[in-house]
Design a binder for this molecule. Structure first.
Ligand SMILES: NC(=O)c1ccc[n+]([C@@H]2O[C@H](COP(=O)([O-])OP(=O)(O)OC[C@H]3O[C@@H](n4cnc5c(N)ncnc54)[C@H](O)[C@@H]3O)[C@@H](O)[C@H]2O)c1
Length: 452
């Protein structure tokens, strides 16, 4: 669907606006529009707060009661949202949270920020989107704007959500408006946050696009309109596939350098001195988080349905997925150099978050490394100042405090996440053997330090 087929829907090119459109636009521009954000996680909560900060009354809707209670008490559970800011918005009556979907009846605009994981077969699991869309359809009314923000395959808005909403008898572009705007937030990034990351927006029809652009212009520093929801969906997948493939490439270069006895970190640092045509990516123990290891497979799944094999995505997935095994092999080599085996060794993992200075361990490669090492008979423990406990369907473990005794007693310390809270000189001085998968010990030289 592109703008050229717009007459299939409610928009008529001869009729650029209608009264429903005008009324909603007026409510948005006057900050009178009521906004609902469905899904109050790492993406939804910062977005809800940003809308509230720009003067809207926002209702967050989530199925998790604990999150609703925390928001109502002004306690933030997302690191990028300070509790003080949350409290200000709650006290001013601009932000509230509920699990009652019937409140959608009061809303002018709805943003969907629910999770989009993969199934075990690596197929998209869009069940949360479907369930949210079902609730929206149940309470859909004239003059409402619905925007999907969850990362998903191109076509989700047009092919999955639109039919559910139009089944109510209301017509898109005329009675209600529908668009897609990818969330591009980078948890832990102090420079670029929800407000100042440019917001790409695509509507099902031109009016849908115009009204969604009007909404985001009120709250975001810059808005980038695109011609369709499919383009907007694809933008996000291109961005994350770009990262996955480049990390896959640099991981392969790291494996190559290991065989050729070349320091890959020094190579990247020197290559990054080129002022054009090169962008540094860094190797590591594997991909983690809720985006980069998952999103490209949404794209390859959809491409397969069109008879297209996304080879770069699959290859990067293989290389990146092999990195935890490479780390374990290198830990085995390091232990072997001091006449020890993985089996029976005490191994301490430093950092289980998927990246530095965040409290999110979803898809973290450290969890795979933990499981492979314990499977080989190692006695594995971990320290992470941001993640006191890990509960997965594979295992439940608690963090240990990082003490000199713990470091000295470990047969090998593995740096899996380069948190800035770790004192790396102290770690290097106390540990008997270190395997550094992040170059956190850059500049330190010792025969007991092994690097990726
Ligand atoms: N985390 C990131 O860094 C990031 C960045 C950009 C985009 N995204 C994308 O944004 C989306 C949300 O990710 P997230 O990290 O915020 O997830 P999250 O798991 O932190 O939060 C999702 C929230 O949605 C709630 N939820 C689930 N199903 C629901 C339903 N049917 N109705 C109401 N609430 C429901 C959950 O209880 C949870 O609070 C995903 O598509 C993700 O890929 C995430």
């Amino acid at each position: 669907m592109t703008r050229s087929d717009e007459t299939e829907y409610g928009d008529k090119s001869s009729e650029p606006t209608n009264s429903v459109f005008q009324k909603l636009k007026g409510r948005i521009e006057g900050r009178k529009a009521r906004i609902a954000v469905i899904g109050l996680g790492y993406v939804g909560l910062p977005l809800a707060v940003e809308f509230a900060r720009s003067g809207f009354r926002v209702t967050g809707i989530d199925t998790e009661k604990a999150k609703i209670d925390k928001i109502s008490s002004g306690i933030s559970y997302v690191r990028d949202v300070p509790s003080g800011e949350l409290q200000r918005q709650v006290r001013a009556g601009r932000l509230e949270a509920t699990d009652d979907f019937s409140r959608l009846l009061e809303m002018d605009c709805v943003s969907i920020c629910v999770p989009t994981p993969l199934r075990k077969t690596r197929d998209p699991d869009v069940s949360s989107i479907v369930s949210a869309a079902r609730q929206i359809a149940k309470y859909l009314h004239r003059g409402e704007l619905v925007v999907l923000e969850s990362t998903t395959y191109p076509g989700t808005t047009d092919e999955l959500i639109l039919p559910m909403l139009q089944a109510t008898g209301l017509k898109v572009g005329k009675d209600f408006f529908l668009g897609f705007s990818p969330e591009r937030v980078d948890p832990g990034n102090k420079r670029f946050m929800t407000k100042n990351i440019p917001k790409v927006v695509g509507g099902v029809t031109p009016r849908c696009s115009d009204i969604a652009v009007a909404l985001y212009r009120c709250s975001m520093s810059s808005v980038v309109p695109v011609s369709s929801t499919k383009v907007a969906e694809m933008v996000k997948l291109l961005e994350n596939t770009f990262r996955s493939v480049n990390i896959g490439l640099v991981n392969e270069i790291a494996l190559m350098c290991d065989k050729m006895k070349i320091d890959v970190w020094e190579v990247i640092e020197a290559a990054a001195s080129k002022p054009f045509g090169f962008m540094p990516f860094y190797p590591g123990p594997g991909l983690g988080g809720h985006c980069i290891p998952i999103d490209p497979f949404y794209l390859s799944w959809k491409a397969k349905l069109s008879g297209f094999e996304a080879r770069f995505i699959e290859l990067a997935g293989q290389v990146n997925g092999s990195m935890p095994y490479h780390v374990v092999n290198k830990v085995g080599e390091a232990l072997n150099s001091v006449r020890k085996s993985i089996n029976g060794s005490k191994i301490l993992l430093l950092g289980v978050a998927y990246k530095a200075d965040v409290d999110d361990s979803r898809e973290s490669p450290a969890l795979d490394i933990y499981q492979i090492l314990t499977g080989l008979g190692a006695e594995v423990s971990y320290c992470d100042p941001h993640i006191p406990e890990i509960r997965t369907d594979r295992f439940n473990i608690k963090a240990k405090p990082l003490t000199p005794d713990l470091l000295e007693k470990a047969d090998c310390v593995v740096i899996t996440t380069a948190h800035s809270a770790f004192d790396y000189r102290f770690i290097a001085s106390k540990a008997k053997l270190v395997f550094d998968s992040r170059n956190a010990l850059k500049g330190l030289k010792s025969s007991k330090i092994w690097r990726l």
